[in-house]
Design a protein around this ligand. Structure first.
Ligand code: SF4
Ligand code: SF4
Length: 165
């Protein structure tokens, strides 16, 4: 589900990402950190929850242990009820979306205190160096308003820099 409302801005931003992949300008990492931090201004995840509704987190074994213990069920029971193994890895994914732990009335997470590390960090705006994660940001551009704001912010900062030359 696309949740970014400024649809007319998506194509230019996809093109911007393509240009970055061909040629990253100097200082890009500090621009990405600044844009990633600013991106959260005005974002209300509780009025969105698109990630919980349409994507699956990746669960590590530590996540499963923590959540199962919180729910007072066994790890096997948790896997059997809700998870499937990601092919070729040791990680686990939700079988279905929306996430079984999402309260669809309030958009709140029923296991918030012990949620998967992947959820706690999503959309990982400044988790890695920008060009190491750019394909993931591209994938989330029309899905996550915070990612959209970060990429749009980077684009604006770079355009300003060019026009001031
Ligand atoms: S992280 Fe992104 S997709 Fe998830 S709720 Fe927040 S703004 Fe929406
Ligand atoms: S565990 Fe919680 S935060 Fe993570 S996807 Fe499910 S509802 Fe969302």
């Amino acid at each position: 589900m696309k949740v970014v409302t400024e649809a007319h801005r998506l194509k230019p931003l996809f093109r911007f990402i393509t240009r970055l992949k061909r040629n990253s300008p100097r200082g890009l990492q500090s621009i990405a950190i600044k844009a990633g931090t600013n991106a959260w201004n005005g974002i209300d995840c509780l009025s969105c929850a698109n990630c919980c509704k349409t994507m699956t987190p990746t669960y590590t074994n530590a996540d499963i242990k923590r959540i199962a213990s919180y729910l007072q069920i066994s790890r096997d029971e948790m896997k059997k009820r809700w998870l499937k193994k990601e092919r070729g890895t040791v990680k686990w994914l939700n079988k279905t979306t929306p996430c079984q732990f999402l309260d669809l009335k309030t958009n709140m997470c029923n296991v918030y205190e012990v949620r998967p590390t992947d959820c706690a960090g999503f959309p990982h705006l400044t988790k890695k160096r920008i060009m190491e994660y750019i394909d993931m940001h591209k994938q989330n551009l029309d899905q996550c308003p915070a990612t959209f704001k970060m990429i749009a912010g980077m684009n604006e900062m770079l355009e300003k820099r060019i026009s001031s030359l």
